[in-house]
Design a protein around this ligand. Structure first.
Ligand SMILES: Cc1cc2nc3c(=O)[nH]c(=O)nc-3n(C[C@H](O)[C@H](O)[C@H](O)COP(=O)(O)O)c2cc1C
Length: 442
């Protein structure tokens, strides 16, 4: 099974290595921001702790596809197949147990990213939990605000982990054991961002993607599992009867999210490799947006395929924060197809605000091409779908964030079939083999 270190070797040419020590306060965040969406950043030494750090690992689609070892056109069917067929992970110890200690959060290089942050935030932590009766599991990303040496505030959006906490509370249980894993191979990271059926561990979904090679180890201080190849694991107790103020955190939109009362995790112990690499995800950076959006794309793809047979690609764009904007490229058969496709997209991803559909000659991941399609194939009076007063994302500052109510707009940027296709064809420059050889030399 390959780990974060193996992957970093694989993408060596895409890594910017910084040899000067950088501080956890703004300096590392500034470096991650400098190469956001382009390069992985490796810092040899963090000033405050002397530890190594890496960030932006999944900051490009290219890196994620490389890690998964799948061709782009096979990605969605592969992720859907894995979600439907989780494979139980094997057990056993691994390098994460090189050091097992009581530990302290002050010894970990947790970053303060933005002016106005309430404190240092762990942003790459994947939380594993078992239900109070041990019958169910869940794995998901959660940001953690470090409060002091032993306590963190955890943001829990009402999804599967929230449901497990509600079930436990109902039975009078006051805490759940958790592991928070940091420093993982990108494929394992996906476990934190994918959604398996309620109760199923996303580590088992990822284990399918890894051909059954993902090994989980029992934590030393709590009743929880964690990847044996992780760099660092925080072992904690999620307290169900204590809440603190969490935030304001800079979320996907790049704006400050509101403050909320959220539960606490108390640190019980730490396991880590001797020379562990701390992994960071820049809030509102490309990696944050891609890891949020990409795991939703297979569902949109599946819904759209229920309406039209040939779908070239789905892009929850990073400009739309990986969450609010979607482009779908498909082969149009009838003039009525695009609006049905738009409705399928909105049904598949209820947080979405704007969707654009384009013909299959347009690459949905090339926004210059998408804008060209809007410029040349869209008419506002005929090709617009407006859905007022509908559920949207709580992350959109232009909407009613409290009630998650807003407006969805669909743009049909496909060419009308009743018009001569030649009018919409992009002119090409002929390039002979001989000329190509000459040009390729430069
Ligand atoms: C980098 C990153 C950070 C995230 N932070 C949070 C968070 O703080 N709280 C939260 O509830 N979800 C967060 N999410 C989203 C969930 O982890 C994600 O939707 C996950 O699939 C939910 O798991 P579930 O379907 O098992 O509930 C984050 C996702 C990513 C990629």
């Amino acid at each position: 099974m390959s780990d974060l270190r193996d992957f970093l070797k694989e993408i060596e040419d895409d890594v910017v290595r910084i040899r000067e020590p950088l501080s956890t306060r703004y300096e590392v965040a500034a470096a991650l921001h400098r190469w956001d969406g382009s390069k992985v950043v490796a810092v040899d030494r963090v000033k405050e702790t002397g530890t190594r750090l890496v960030g932006n690992v999944c900051g490009t689609r290219r890196n994620i596809l490389k890690a998964l070892k799948v061709e782009p056109e096979k990605l969605y069917p592969r992720l859907i197949e894995a979600t439907k067929n989780p494979v139980k992970c094997g057990g056993g110890d691994g390098p994460v147990k090189e050091v097992v200690e009581k530990g302290s959060l002050k010894d970990i290089p947790v970053l303060t990213h933005f002016k106005g942050d309430p404190g240092p935030y762990i942003t790459s932590g994947i939380v594993y939990v078992r239900s109070h009766d041990g019958s169910m599991e869940n794995v998901s990303f959660h940001r953690l605000l470090v409060l002091d040496e032993r306590r963190m505030a955890i943001r829990i959006v009402p999804r599967h982990l929230y449901r497990l906490t509600q079930m436990a509370k109902k039975e009078g249980v006051t805490s759940l054991d958790v592991s928070v894993s940091i420093g993982l191979h990108p494929t394992v990271m996906l476990a934190g961002a994918m959604t398996a059926p309620f109760g199923v561990s996303e580590y088992d979904v990822v284990n399918n993607l890894l051909g059954g090679k993902l090994k989980l180890t029992e934590c030393e201080h709590v009743e929880a599992l964690a990847p044996a190849d992780a760099e660092l694991v925080l072992e904690g107790r999620l307290m169900l009867d204590k809440q603190v103020t969490e935030g304001p955190f800079v979320d996907l939109s790049g704006t400050f999210d509101v403050q909320r009362q959220q539960p606490i995790i108390e640190l019980v112990g730490i396991m880590h490799r001797e020379d562990y690499i701390y992994q960071a995800i820049l809030p509102a950076g490309s990696e944050h947006k891609l890891m949020m959006g990409m795991p939703q794309e297979p569902r949109i793809w599946e819904y759209v395929r229920g309406v039209v047979p040939n779908v070239r690609g789905v892009n929850l764009t990073t400009g739309g924060m990986g969450w609010l904007h979607c482009v779908v490229s498909f082969e149009k058969v009838r003039d009525g197809d695009p609006k049905n496709v738009l409705m399928a997209i909105f049904a598949a991803h209820p947080s979405l605000k704007h969707a654009v559909v384009v013909d299959s000659d347009i690459d949905p991941y090339e926004m210059e091409q998408v804008e060209w399609a809007i410029a040349t194939r869209f008419r506002g009076d005929e090709d617009l779908l407006v859905v007022p007063n509908v559920r949207v994302s709580s992350l959109d500052p232009a909407s009613d964030q409290e009630h998650e109510l807003g407006c969805k707009v669909g743009v049909d940027a496909t060419r009308p079939l009743y018009k001569d296709p030649e009018k919409f064809r992009k002119a090409e420059i002929h390039v002979s083999d001989e000329l190509r050889k000459i040009l390729d030399k430069y």
